[in-house]
Design a binder for this molecule. Sequence first.
Ligand code: URA
Ligand code: CA
Length: 433
Amino acid sequence: MNMYSLIEKKRDGEALTEEEIHFVVSGYTNGDIPDYQVSALLMAIYFQGMTEKELSNLTMAMVHSGDTIDLSKIEGIKVDKHSTGGVGDTTTLILAPLVASAGVPLAKMSGRGLGHTGGTIDKLESVPGFHVELSTEEFVELVNKNKVAVIGQSGNITPADKKLYSLRDVTATVNAIPLIASSIMSKKIAAGSDAIVLDVKTGAGAFMKELDDARALAKSMVKIGNQLNRNTKAVISDMSQPLGFAIGNALEVKEAIDTLKGAGPKDLTELCLVLGSQMLVAAKRTDTLDEARQILSDNLKNGKAISVFETFLKSQGGDSSVVHNSDLLPKAALQVDLPSKSSGYVSKITANELGTAAMMLGAGRQTKESEIDLAVGLVLNKKVGDFVEKGETLLTIHSNSEDLDAIKENIYQSIKVDENKVEPPKLIYELID
Ligand code: URA
Ligand code: CA
């Protein structure tokens, strides 16, 4: 087998066999195949696409390039959730304890954030003492005991994906649906869960800005998962404006706590109920989405969900009294209200731009090495469709720096107020299974 003929084959629109895909992925991972040949193949895939068979073979070749997590010692059907990334997307913090409160085990491997989207681990680390450095044994033990635990990404999960992603990044081949779908699914499959619920975002703050692209990505990932015997479903949800009110690490933890007590923002709560219901059905905890939703919304009100969160934080070294007293979370020195310049209906809150503003405050990493400030961020006071009076607060900036002129200007640019009534955007576009 030689790389030249495989590039030729894909260039001419033919499908690669399982052996051929394995040859490319293992050869590239161990350094036998040079960047320039893999770059050419990636570009050929970009234009020619991949068949379903190729997609599942590529995904499995990447899974087998490194370690996989063995969750077989955890009782029950393990369900994982993945979001394609959004601004102020606090759902994992809420879903993990919420789904666990219904008895479904959640063994979550999570990462840190880069750019304008925050990582779940960064957020959780704003709880004093909390850590994710667990051995696999401790991780499994905690999930069996509490039904939920979060572990940091292991160093050697899907090394092929890491190497391919870096190459795609510099060869204009990131935005190819087969490559994105197999990249995401390889990590989910290596992480060991039996079922996967995907939250595919669409809108300004999302990877897939257009609904058609989000749908194509969702369908592709669902097919890969189901072909590989992981019960996989996807929800396409809005990311034109930020989710909930808070953007920023400690601020989102506070928002998660409020939501787990049944007092969270409407959109965030709704998305958690939709995704959580899918997870309960995928885990065969209930037969119908309606039954699942009832259990989950009861647990937000009866104290079960927040109590699981408290136990979860404590079990991983965290100060669980933050659940009762959010003043124990890191707090920014300054809280600056940003007033609306006119009266009217909020018509736009551009998610990626607010994400960037939060990153400039220090809530996100500009490069992998950046230190983040857990306390800072933004808290919206209005969402799209809300009426605002001139002078009324649009949002509050939580900052440790007084130098806010540029950020304020950016925020004003990303929020539009219109005289005419505006309907809030649709939150859930489609369910795909
Ligand atoms: N996220 C991933 O994990 N992989 C991609 O290719 C794109 C987004
Ligand atoms: Ca939020």
